[in-house]
Structures are given as C-alpha cells and as structure tokens.
Design a protein around this ligand. Sequence first.
Ligand SMILES: *Cc1c(COP(=O)(O)O)cnc(C)c1O
Length: 377
Amino acid sequence: MATQRILDFLATRRPDGPCLVVDLDVVRDNYLAFEKALPDSRIFYAVKANPAPEILRLLASLGSSFDTASVAEIEMALDAGAAPARISYGNTIKKERDVARAHELGIRLFAVDCVEEVDKIARRAPGARVFCRVLTDGAGAEWPLSRKFGCAPAMAVDVLRHAKSLGLDAHGVSFHVGSQQTDLDAWDRALADAQWVFGTLAEEGITLKMVNMGGGFPTRYLRDVPAAQAYGQAIFSALRKHFGNRIPETIIEPGRGMVGNAGVIKSEVVLISRKAENDNVRWVYLDIGKFGGLAETMDEAIRYPFVTPRDGGETAPCVLAGPTCDSADVLYEKTPYPLPLALTIGDEVLIEGTGAYTTTYASVAFNGFEPLKAYVI
Ligand SMILES: *Cc1c(COP(=O)(O)O)cnc(C)c1O
C-alpha cells in the first residue's frame, strides 16, 4: 500500500523517472509483527530481499539478525551494526575462499546441503556451526525455489554426520517452503522432515539444536494473505506436533514478508497503443519493466497491484510491457491486466508491494536505462 508518507514524499519531491519509495515505518511494523507472532524464534532478515542500508540499520537496531548470501551481503550487515554472531551465511553455494573470508569476518554459522560443501567449511572455517538444508516441494508458493537448494532428508543425515566427523558443530536443519507461500500447512510438512533428521541422528548420539524455518511469509499483492499471527500459530502447532515438549531453537528468515508491502514504485505511462484497429486489448508501455526491477513478473508469477489516477472508471484488459527493446520485456500478456479505459499517456502509475526483490534485480544499463532509483524514508 502507498502510505501517506510515501504519497507526501512523491508529491513534494516529484522525483523524475521510475523509482522505489520505501516507508521504514512499515518495515518496523512488520518486524514487530514477526517478533510477536513467533516470540521464541530469532529473526534473520533475508538481506537479498532489499539490502538498502537504511533498512539494514533499522532492523539491526531493532535486534534483528541477518541471513546473507555472499561476502558483500555479510559486509553490508556488519556495516549496518550487526555483530558477526548475528549473521548467517545461508547460501549453500559458496566459493571456498569466500568461506575463508566470512570466517575472518567472524561468521560462524553456515548453510550446507552436501558433503562437498561441508569439506570446504571444515577446511576454511574449522569448528563452525553448520545446518543442512532439506528439499521441500514448494507446493503452494507463488515463487517456488524448486530443487536448486537442499537435499533429501536421508542425505541430510549423512551430511550432518560428516560435518560432526570433521570437527564441525552439526547444529541443525533448515528449509524454505517457497516464497510467497500462502499455504499454512507447508511448514508442517517441512517440520516433519526436520524432526525425522533430528530423531535419526539422536539415535547415533548426535544432538541437533536448531531448526531454521526459512522465509516464504507472503506480502499482500492483489489478494489478502493471512497475517503474521496466523503463520505464528500454524508454525507453533506444527512444532508441538512434531517435537512435542522438546521444541528446538528456531530461526525464521523473512525477506518478502518484511519489506514487500513497505515499498511502492512510481512509474509513468510512456505509450498506449493497439496492434490492429479492431483489437480490444491495448498495449500499455511503462517506463519500468522486467529489466528495470520487475524481474519477478517472470512467467507472470508475481502480479503487482497498480494504482492509476483514473481508477474507478470502466476498465478493459491490457498487455503491460516495459520500455526496453527486448521482446521479453513484457510483464503481463498471458493474463491481461484490467486498467481504466481513460488511462492516458503521461499518467503516473503506482506499483504496490514492490519493496522486495526489485532494486537489486534491475539491470545496470540495458538500453541505457539506469538501475532503479530508491528512496528510503
Ligand atoms: C530468499 C531466501 C529467504 C527469504 O525468502 P522470502 O520468501 O523472501 O521470505 C530466506 N532464506 C533463504 C535461505 C533464502 O534464500
């Protein structure tokens, strides 16, 4: 939603060109809602969702920890004031020299999903804590993370046993139920797998301590989503069901759910046209597209809400496209988007729910278009 602060900022500053405006008050509210919904879990904000220094500083000051994917993200979290003990290196795919660099910076918590990665960590971050990511099917998620990360639970047992044999701290299990996950049961299925890994290793005398329950918490796009409180309840019941009264330490890693609804992109209609006189679908070209930060419209996966100055009047379906000379730069075509018939070239359009996964996805200079500008207020 465009908050009053965002609307006031746009009205007074009138920034030129497409830009993202993020309201820090909304980020703060989201953080506090997660803290309240899951009071026993530590929050590791997924830095990749939006690494703006103002956001990282605010979250660091509220007590958040950080999930990072690279040495550069680790340095951003440190610069924002997070102590190394509050930072995890959560990418399962790391160069060995980056593991060494992270270790030098004080990082002691690493994700793995295979014995090869464990070997790197044992060599370059001796004694560190590792957690093994298990695969989930991503069912119910609008942006599933597929099979790229994680291993089967049976393999996670081998991976953690291997870590222990190399002197690492076999700390726990992680999973990610898929991003924009609206099925509250997704955590239940993943926690069943996590508990099986805990139980199997316990029989060998290896005691795991932590479950990293990942991200996936949704933000509101066109449809309402359950509130953080509903997720907290579902997750807590699943933890009780699978772990009884021996619930381990838990972590959550919200990205989208922390910043998605805090940001709005201001865009402009560059052109409205038709492909034939009798076409009833108009083509609406904006000054932002897939290469300007809206990469998550890939396969039309994420459908953003659009607010125009002509809302309220009669609408008709439009194909929405970006301004670049690449034919892949179309946002919605398979499922056209209803927009007001009165929409006019030059109109300012607000794209809501764009606080996550936009600025850093923008190309550096495709067709000479600058990366997406961002204002954090
Ligand atoms: C991307 C990612 C997240 C954040 O996911 P959201 O769906 O945006 O909450 C959390 N953890 C890991 C390991 C990730 O890769």
